[in-house]
Write a protein that binds this ligand. Structure first.
Ligand code: Z5A
Length: 217
């Protein structure tokens, strides 16, 4: 399917972002329920992944391996998965006027591959343009939490993928990367304090969603 900015004007594209352990999975279920209660039929998806081929790329990216993973290979695989995800799933849904909610999108590439790994942000911007043309999220909810607290939450969970093996400094850079992007685009980002009690986090998310749909009506 050809990328077309008109597609995004018809549907709505919401992304949920944050460093590891901030509670994305927990709050995605809440967002889905909130949207359904408001009469939407959201298409819930995630990155890397979202289609069979993109999920295979996710496996490649997250699995622990003996050889070093080239940072450029990691970056290109993120965008390869994204191209497939966009063409096969996101764009068709936006074109039919649907609401897409993605657990991570390109802000994660800026935060992880750019700010945390140290890859050139201009390369990321060029790949973003190539793969997405003018498609960008309409709303990005950023769950923000100090790395220390997030790590304590993750420790309770057990399994570790290739990213979760990184040191705290890496996740500090991820967090700062997200905050830098949010500061540059305050009209798209809503920052939520994910250190609050879950009920308060979800109340804040509901207010953000309410404001977003009010603005569009
Ligand atoms: N990645 C990348 O590098 N570049 C890219 O472009 C993209 C991704 C798209 C996989 O992502 C990895 O891909 C990711 C970045 C990289 N690596 N890392 N790290 P992922 O989103 O699948 O993986 P994740 O970040 O580890 O997300 P997760 O496993 O879904 O974790 P989470 O959603 O943030 O956490 P959770 O499971 O919902 O919550 C963690 C625990 O905290 C859990 O026990 C909850 O019950 C608890 N929790 C949640 N909220 C609260 C509150 N408010 N209070 C107390 N406890 C809470």
């Amino acid at each position: 399917m050809t990328l077309n900015t008109e597609n995004t004007a018809r549907g709505c594209f919401i992304t949920l972002e944050g460093s590891e352990g901030v509670g994305k999975s927990t709050n995605l279920a809440f967002i889905q329920q909130w949207l359904e209660e408001q009469g939407h039929q959201p298409m819930m998806t995630r990155e890397p992944g979202g289609t069979p081929m993109a999920e295979e790329i996710r496996e490649l990216l997250l699995s622990q391996r003996d050889e070093n993973v080239s940072q450029k290979a990691e970056l290109l695989l993120m965008f390869a998965a994204r191209a497939q995800h966009l063409d096969e799933k996101i764009l068709p849904e936006l074109a039919r006027g649907g609401c897409v909610v993605s657990d991570r999108f390109t802000d994660a590439t800026y935060a992880y591959q750019g700010y945390a790994r140290g890859l050139n942000l201009d390369w990321i911007a060029q790949l973003e343009q190539l793969v997405q043309e003018n498609v960008r999220p309409d709303l990005t909810i950023l769950l923000d939490l100090p790395t220390e607290v997030a790590r304590q939450r993750m420790n309770k969970r057990g399994t570790t993928d290739r990213f979760e093996q990184e040191q705290s400094e890496f996740f500090d850079r991820v967090r700062q990367g997200y905050l830098t992007r949010a500061a540059a685009e305050p009209e798209r980002f809503a920052i939520i304090d994910a250190g609050q009690a879950l009920e308060q986090v979800q109340q804040d998310i509901a207010e953000v969603l309410q404001g977003f749909f009010l603005q569009r009506s």
